[in-house]
Ligand binder design. Structure first.
Ligand SMILES: [Zn+2]
Length: 122
């Protein structure tokens, strides 16, 4: 797993997990092509979005890209509308994550497109 250098103000945790959970995370991280560290961050963000700890300051929707400003990550996140009409999160490398959840539930234009079937939700 590639190590990333923590920014000075980042909190660094050591987490003890049962081996079975670690193996699930390992498999999912490989499938997505991300590090286990980034996968766990993505899972935590998903929880944050689904529980109201979200704040998206800005978004654009042009052509097939939705750009969100993720307050917790302090960076932009791009969602791509794929040919099969599903949204793909370029940050989480996944079709299901907190960013997609947020876009579908909180951005009226995206919610409208989902209702009309222009964006597939499953
Ligand atoms: Zn995401």
């Amino acid at each position: 797993m590639p190590r990333t250098t923590a920014a000075p103000r980042d909190a660094v945790w050591t987490l003890r997990l049962r081996r079975e959970i670690d193996e699930i995370l390992e498999r999912e991280a490989k499938k997505r092509g991300v590090s286990k560290n980034d996968l766990v961050k993505s899972i935590l963000l998903d929880w944050a979005y689904r529980n109201g700890y979200n704040k998206v300051l800005h978004f654009n929707f042009r052509n097939t890209t939705i750009t969100l400003w993720d307050f917790l990550l302090n960076q932009t996140v791009d969602l791509t509308l794929m040919e099969d009409r599903r949204l793909f999160c370029e940050h989480c490398r996944a079709y299901s994550c907190g960013h997609i959840y947020y876009a579908l539930t909180s951005i009226p234009e995206v919610a409208r497109k989902a209702r009309r079937g222009e964006i597939r939700t499953e």
